[in-house]
Design a protein around this ligand. Structure first.
Ligand SMILES: [Zn+2]
Ligand SMILES: [Zn+2]
Length: 340
């Protein structure tokens, strides 16, 4: 038996360093369901969040809801209970995780016409077949499928499933064009596709796009990579998961992983992303800490000389900038849909 002092030290460590750091919950969910008056729902949400310890980014539309939030366990629980009391969201799947602090700059609840921005109309009425993480793993191991990462390039760059096709998309709207190209390159009828995104919402829409292009065996990862990390862990996954909140990237199972990307300046191994300090660029790029310091948080020499450059502040780390925020400034193409 270890001496009592060791035990007390351990209790001290857990209660003072681990528990307080994990006292916030992060929640992600979406539901495609008809909402007659989304503007009213926006108001109701805002009222609910008043005086609560919650930060969020929630979009409501005639076609449903896409939400991500963080807050004290008590308030997050209260929110889940509140929204589940509405029959439309009774069976909504909520993905929960722990975080050390709130992960959004503020409470943001907005109306949006489309939950996933697209540049085309979709004909298909049904999406792909939902596959749970355990079966997804078996399907990966069979080697019989084309594995397709439908996220943007800046997301898949720092983490993805082994062997996945990773299109070089810059915004959500570019997917239909890519799908057309894929259909021309592969025989869509004979190519079964396993598609995945961060939390599953993009696959709900993109699977229909693939079907429109002639793919008839389409499988989508239920709950996205977030769910896979919770249920299976890191098997067949490499690197980190890009998320649309202040953290920018997370480990899918909580355990540290080796970076799979490289610093855009020097090429060394790194997976830390920064928004370029030139406000007129704001490009999201991977950089190592040495180069970030040397280049003053800029993505290029040109940006270092730009007139509207944010001062470089080491203590901010790689947190997204609050004002000209990556997400707030470029909607709707970079709709933060993917954590859901
Ligand atoms: Zn570097
Ligand atoms: Zn730049």
């Amino acid at each position: 038996m270890p001496p009592l002092s060791v035990f007390l030290q351990w209790i001290y460590f857990v209660s003072f360093f681990i528990l307080p750091r994990m006292s916030y919950l992060a929640l992600a969910f979406y539901e495609f369901v008809s909402i007659e008056n989304p503007h009213l729902e926006v108001k109701k949400h805002k009222k609910f969040f008043k005086n609560r310890e919650i930060t969020c980014r929630i979009y409501l539309s005639e076609e449903g809801v896409n939400g991500q939030l963080s807050g004290s366990a008590e308030d997050v629980d209260a929110y889940i209970e509140w929204i589940k009391a509405d029959p439309r969201f009774e069976s909504t799947h909520f993905k929960l995780g722990t975080v050390s602090e709130n992960i959004f700059p503020r409470v943001s609840v907005k109306y949006r016409k489309e939950l996933v921005a697209l540049s085309c109309e979709i004909e298909a009425s049904e999406g792909g077949e939902h596959v749970d993480p355990k079966r997804w793993k078996e399907m990966l191991e069979s080697g019989d499928y084309l594995v397709l990462d439908v996220r943007n390039e800046y997301e898949s760059e720092i983490g993805h499933f082994e062997g996945a096709v990773r299109p070089s998309l810059k915004t959500f709207r570019e997917f239909p064009k890519f799908a057309e190209k894929l259909a021309a390159e592969k025989s869509p009828k004979e190519t079964p596709v396993m598609m995945y995104c961060t939390g599953g919402i993009r696959c709900e829409v993109y699977s229909k796009v693939l079907k429109d292009k002639g793919f008839n065996q389409v499988y989508q990862l239920n709950g996205g990579v977030i769910n896979y990390g919770h249920e299976v862990g890191k098997d067949h996954w490499r690197g980190k998961l890009f998320v649309f909140d202040d953290r920018l990237a997370i480990e899918i199972d909580g355990d540290p992983s080796e970076p799979i990307a490289q610093c855009h300046h020097c090429g060394c191994s790194s997976d830390t992303q920064y928004n370029c300090a030139n406000m007129d660029c704001n490009h999201l790029f991977v950089s190592c800490s040495v180069c970030t310091e040397k280049e003053l948080g800029c993505c290029s020499t040109k940006c270092m000389r730009a007139p509207r450059r944010r001062p470089y502040q080491r203590e901010n780390g790689n947190k997204p900038f609050r004002k000209k925020h990556l997400l707030a400034s470029t909607e709707p193409d970079r709709a933060p849909a993917s954590l859901s």
